[in-house]
Design a protein around this ligand. Structure first.
Ligand code: GMT
Length: 376
């Protein structure tokens, strides 16, 4: 198949999923065409079946904001005609689904068929998409997609609650590539950063308010008073300054490392004992799944789709949003007993295997085939 993929190319779950999916499809012999405004971060090596088409929106003094949606639609038209794409898969509804729909209509008038699948990722529904400033366009373009997938059952239900959707939504969960995310031996590194055998807690996100990174700091403040520990904060974003202030006021900055954006996150996960994800909302929680693949149990909130991956009392624990004291209690419960920690690590790994790319990729291929038959 010749498959076009549209996504956000920068750091962020939906772009990561789209890029990893494209790479895996290419590996299986499909021809994959990425159509984005910048080369996707995870598209880090050459592959004969992968092509990249850059969307460039002309700058003009009249534009306060460049009309990216139109530039993207035009690029999709161009790539489809030249490369003869069979299907287009857009990740994150805004504005990708409406650009795809516009391109499909233009192509239709010129005698080309371009069915497209929209994958809903989270904030395109739960935060931005349902805002009245976007809602009508998001709803229309979802309803006019040839196929719709959602990364969790919870996100599907949220979509049905927030929009009038008259179509089937297929749930295809996010996946993990074990050839990259697996526990490797980094004992020398662990000894350097935790010389007294401290436990290492880790949080990875884009530091937006929805991630509630502040709760990570507050729960860690309780944990570190009971069990010698270190905290790694990986990522960057609008909350960073605020978080630095909080850590200073708590007086435990010595035990906390702000590591910024890190591409080889699996190397940090390899030395971690617990992953912390206290999000206000999280349609899936790919970062937690990546941790589990590296044998790291998860202390999380019970928001959104997180309960579909983190199993209470088995792979970690879930608390109500904002209840950082309960998160701390659960973290201590796991860390204070070495055998218990080992068991949780084992369980986390076993659970991650359910989401192995080998199991999920065929679901996308089968769904594309359905969409191509008009049965999306
Ligand atoms: O919030 C983020 O981390 C970014 C956002 C995105 O679209 O890039 O992530 C969403 O999609 C990810 C991949 O499907 C999910 O794992 C995240 O849970 C989801 N984020 C939210 O729902 C807040």
């Amino acid at each position: 198949m010749k498959i076009g993929i549209v996504c956000y190319p920068t750091y962020g779950g939906s772009g990561v999923v789209a890029t990893e999916l494209g790479k895996a499809l290419a590996e299986k012999g499909h021809q994959v065409h990425f159509i984005t405004y910048q080369e996707p971060v995870r598209l880090d090596s050459f592959h004969e079946n992968i092509f990249y088409h850059e969307v460039s929106a002309l700058e003009y003094p009249l534009f306060q904001h460049q009309p990216y949606e139109s530039a993207l639609a035009s690029k999709i038209v161009d790539v489809t005609k030249f490369e003869r794409l069979d299907i287009l898969h857009v990740h994150y509804a805004i504005p990708h689904a409406s650009s795809a729909l516009m391109a499909k209509q233009i192509l239709g008038e010129q005698g080309y068929q371009l069915p497209f699948v929209t994958t809903l990722h989270g904030t395109d529904i739960t935060l931005v998409g349902k805002d009245p400033g976007y809602q009508p366009v998001v709803e229309y373009s979802i309803n006019h997609s040839d196929g719709i997938t959602s990364v969790s059952e919870n996100l599907k239900q949220d979509t049905l609650k927030n929009f009038k959707i008259n179509r089937h939504i297929e749930v295809i969960p996010n996946f993990i590539d074990f050839s990259r995310f697996r526990k490797t031996n980094k004992e020398h590194f662990k000894k350097a950063i935790a010389p007294l055998g401290e436990n290492i807690l880790i949080h990875v996100s884009n530091f937006r308010r929805v991630k509630r990174v502040e709760d990570v700091l507050r729960m860690f403040d309780i944990v570190v008073k009971h069990i010698p520990s270190k905290l790694f904060l990986v990522g960057d974003g609008p909350e960073r300054n605020n978080l630095e202030q909080i850590c200073r006021s708590l007086g435990n900055c010595d035990q906390i490392r702000f590591l910024g954006k890190q591409d080889p996150v699996e190397e940090l996960l390899a030395v971690a004992d617990l992953f912390v994800l206290p999000s206000e909302n999280e349609s899936f929680g790919l970062a937690a799944l990546e941790a589990m693949a590296c044998e790291v149990p998860v202390i999380s909130s019970n928001a959104g789709g997180i309960p579909e991956i983190n199993v209470q009392g088995e792979t970690g624990f879930l608390s109500h949003v904002g209840d950082y004291a309960d998160m701390a209690k659960n973290a201590i419960h796991i860390l204070e007993d070495e055998n218990r920690l080992k068991q949780f690590k084992k369980n986390a790994y076993a659970q991650a295997q359910r989401f192995s790319i080998d199991k999920i990729l065929p679901q996308y291929e089968a769904y594309y085939a359905k969409v191509l038959m008009g049965k999306g």
